[in-house]
Design a binder for this molecule. Structure first.
Ligand code: SAM
Length: 283
C-alpha cells in the first residue's frame, strides 16, 4: 500500500475544503496513520485509488471522514460551564422570557458528538428551570458524523461514560438496560439530533445559547472567524456562546461581551438596545 506526500496533501486539502477540518503539522502523524489504515481497510493499493474514490462518491468521502474525526467528549465536560448555565444564564433567560407566551428556549449544540453535551444541557435545564415542563424547550444537536449521531440518538451509555453524572441525576434521568444507562424520555425528548456540516452555511433561525465546544480547534483561523461571525448572527440579542477551554474569539471581528466563571469564559452578544450591536448585525 503506497501513499505519497503529494497524495496525502491532496486528501488533506479536500477534507479541509469540504469539512473545514484542518490537519496541520501538529496532527500530521494522526492524519497519515488514519489514511493508511483506511487504505488497508478498503483494500486499496495506492493513494490515487483513494483520491479517485472520494472524489467520485460522497459515501466513500464520508467513510474516510468518519475515520478522521475525533469524538472525544463526556457528560458535564467543563463543570464551570454547566454551573454558569445553571446559576447565571438560565435565571437570566427565565427573567427575560417570563411574560412570553409560549415561553420558548432554543439552544444549539454544534458538534455534539455522541450526545453527552446536549444531554448535559437538557439535564441542567430540567434541574434548574422552574416549571421546565411548561416551557417549549428545543435543543438542536448537530454533528457531521452520522456514527456519532446514531449513538447519540440511541442515548445508551456505559458505566465509564456515566462517571461524571451524579447519583441523583443518574437516578432521575437514566434507566438501566443491562450494562447500559439509557436517557429517559423526559430528557431525550428535549433534544433533536440532525446531521450538519459546520463548513456549510445553513439558515438556522435564532438561538438563546450556542454551545460549540472543542470543534473550532480543528478549523483554520479563517474558518474559525467565519463560524464565530455566523454564531453571532444566529444568537438572539443577549444570547450566549460557549466554547471549549482551548478556544477563544480573540482573532474574530465580532463584539461579544466576555464573562468569566471559574475557569471558563462565556461570550454574550450585546443586548439589542446597544447601538453598536445593531450596527454590527447589519454588516
Ligand atoms: C472533540 S468532539 C467535541 C464534542 C463536544 N462538543 C465536547 O466538547 O465534548 C468534536 C466534534 O466535532 C465534530 N465535527 C468536526 N468537524 C465538523 C464539521 N465540519 N461540522 C460538524 N461537526 C464537526 C466531530 O464529528 C466531533 O463529534
Amino acid at each position: 500500500m503506497i501513499v505519497s506526500e503529494h497524495e496525502l496533501s491532496e486528501i488533506r486539502g479536500l477534507i479541509e475544503q469540504r469539512s473545514g477540518i484542518l490537519f496541520d503539522s501538529s496532527r500530521e502523524r494522526f492524519f497519515s496513520t488514519r489514511v493508511r489504515e483506511h487504505l488497508d481497510a478498503r483494500k486499496l493499493a495506492h493513494g490515487t485509488d483513494l483520491l479517485r474514490l472520494i472524489k467520485s462518491s460522497n459515501v466513500e468521502y464520508d467513510t474516510l471522514l468518519q475515520r478522521l474525526l475525533t469524538q472525544e467528549t463526556s457528560f458535564f465536560r467543563y463543570p464551570a460551564v454547566f454551573e454558569a448555565l445553571e446559576k447565571k444564564v438560565l435565571p437570566e433567560l427565565h427573567m427575560k422570557k417570563f411574560w412570553e407566551t409560549p415561553r420558548a428556549l432554543r439552544i444549539w449544540s454544534a458538534g455534539c458528538a455522541t450526545g453527552e453535551e446536549p444531554y448535559s444541557i437538557a439535564m441542567t435545564i430540567a434541574d434548574t428551570l422552574e416549571f421546565a415542563d411548561a416551557w417549549n424547550i428545543r435543543i438542536l444537536a448537530t454533528d457531521v458524523s452520522r456514527t456519532a449521531l446514531d449513538h447519540a440518538e440511541h442515548g445508551a451509555y456505559d458505566a465509564r461514560a456515566m462517571e461524571s453524572v451524579g447519583p441523583k441525576q443518574r437516578e432521575q434521568y437514566f434507566s438501566r438496560a443491562g450494562e447500559h444507562f439509557v436517557v429517559r424520555p423526559r430528557i431525550r425528548n428535549l433534544v433533536n439530533f440532525a446531521p450538519m456540516n459546520l463548513a456549510q452555511v445553513v439558515y438556522m433561525g435564532k438561538f438563546d445559547c450556542i454551545f460549540c465546544m472543542n470543534v473550532l480547534i480543528y478549523f483554520s483561523e479563517e474558518r474559525q472567524a467565519q463560524l464565530v461571525q455566523r454564531f453571532y448572527e444566529y444568537l438572539e440579542p443577549g444570547g450566549y456562546l460557549f466554547l471549549g477551554h482551548a478556544e477563544t474569539i480573540n482573532r474574530c471581528d465580532v463584539k461579544f461581551d466576555t464573562h468569566t466563571h471559574q475557569d471558563s469564559r462565556i461570550y454574550q452578544k450585546p443586548a439589542a438596545s446597544s447601538r453598536a450591536a445593531v450596527a454590527q448585525e447589519r454588516v
